[in-house]
Design a binder for this molecule. Structure first.
Ligand SMILES: Nc1ncnc2c1ncn2[C@@H]1O[C@H](COP(=O)(O)OP(=O)(O)OP(=O)(O)O)[C@@H](O)[C@H]1O
Ligand SMILES: [Mg+2]
Length: 340
């Protein structure tokens, strides 16, 4: 820019000097001279704009080139030479480690999640529960170690096939500014309205939605209905349940619901998920004790594994966790009673 300003200034000086002397020699009239300088001033801005547009265009072209390189990158190929998925829905971790920056978030995890079983991950906040679940969905990749689904390492899976096999409810529920029906339907594009209702029933959502004036057509968000935290969670849950998948991954998917609603959902889920692999994170005892197996995870390691009864009897980390959690839940119950 400085050089442009310099040239603009030089041009004005040149015109004044040459034009001035021409006027004095009476070659051109004073009027011509004034008009000419006027035109020059008019020209200045369009020329600057032209330069700016050209530079914008060049920047765009450079960016386009870089985006193009990314878009043309071939998708990860499915390794046809490896083992074929056996369709069981079994998930196996072998010495899995995960680094995030400086920290080692998971430190040597060995796991076997079996079809037909509900496995609950419990432990203090920041222990690595969400990180572990994200690895199953391949949202993150382990730094070392292998994770297999159906006997095939996750990185060898074809992504669409993997997505079809898994259903994941993240810790933070995410809804689009669309109708509730569309929000649920995203779990399985092309699902029929009946199918969507079924999933909503399973997630104990239907009664409340039908009490809205527009029912399932009610739009979520800014200018639509505002859903409560529990309703948002159940909408995301319905989205995940819509899909007939082998592995169900629930990250604290009931945290914003009262115990009754949660029990209702878990009760109907039990029938629905027989034969599937379910892994869930929860802080609530009523959920955790229903699990077939409990893994106590702290600081990136699985410290204890077993059923609720066994682990309580063992009197270790989990037993302490249960005592703390009981007190906490009692306090919350007392609070909600005195509020009512
Ligand atoms: N992107 C990241 N970069 C650095 N550290 C991270 C990142 N994501 C997570 N962590 C760290 O990894 C650890 C495990 O986090 P994670 O979310 O798995 O815990 P969690 O067990 O799910 O906790 P909560 O019960 O609160 O949900 C935490 O200490 C967290 O700070
Ligand atoms: Mg978490």
């Amino acid at each position: 820019y400085p050089s442009i300003t310099l040239f603009a200034g030089l041009a004005v000086a040149l015109v004044l000097w040459r034009g001035g002397s021409l006027v004095m020699q009476e070659v051109i009239s004073l009027g011509d001279f004034v008009a000419f300088t006027g035109y020059l001033a008019l020209l200045m801005w369009p020329m600057a704009a032209l330069g700016w547009t050209i530079s914008l265009f060049q920047r765009g072209a450079a960016s386009w080139e870089r985006i193009g390189a990314l878009l043309n990158e071939p998708a990860e190929p499915y390794d046809a030479g490896g083992a074929r998925p056996d369709g069981s829905g079994r998930v196996v971790f072998e010495d899995v480690r995960l680094r995030k920056g400086e920290r080692e978030v998971l430190r040597g995890i060995d796991l076997d999640l079996r079809p037909g079983e509900i496995t609950a991950l419990v432990g203090p906040t920041g222990g690595g529960k969400s990180s572990l679940l994200r690895l199953i969905t391949r949202l993150d990749a382990p730094s070392t170690g292998t994770i297999r689904l159906d006997g095939v390492p996750l990185e060898e899976w074809d992504l669409p096939a993997l997505r079809a096999a898994l259903s994941y409810v993240p810790q933070e529920s995410f809804l689009f500014s669309e109708s509730i029906e569309r929000n649920v339907q995203m779990g399985q594009p092309g699902a029929t309205a009946d199918h969507v209702r079924e999933a909503a029933d399973l997630a104990a959502l239907t009664d409340e939605i039908e009490s809205f004036r527009e029912g399932f057509d009610a739009v979520v968000g800014e200018r639509g209905v505002t859903l409560s935290g529990g309703q948002r969670q159940r909408t995301t849950l319905a989205r995940a349940l819509l899909r007939d998948c082998r592995v169900l991954v629930l990250d604290d998917a009931f945290s914003n619901m009262d115990t009754r609603t949660e029990e209702q959902i878990l009760g109907s889920l039990r029938r629905e998920i027989s034969g599937r692999t379910v892994v869930l994170v929860s802080h609530r005892l009523s959920t955790i004790r229903r699990a077939d197996r409990i893994l106590y995870l702290d600081d990136g390691r699985i410290l204890e594994t077993g059923s609720h009864a066994d682990l309580v009897a063992a009197g270790g980390h989990y037993a302490r966790f249960v005592r703390r959690q009981r007190l906490l839940e009692q306090l919350q119950d007392d609070e909600s009673e005195s509020a009512a």
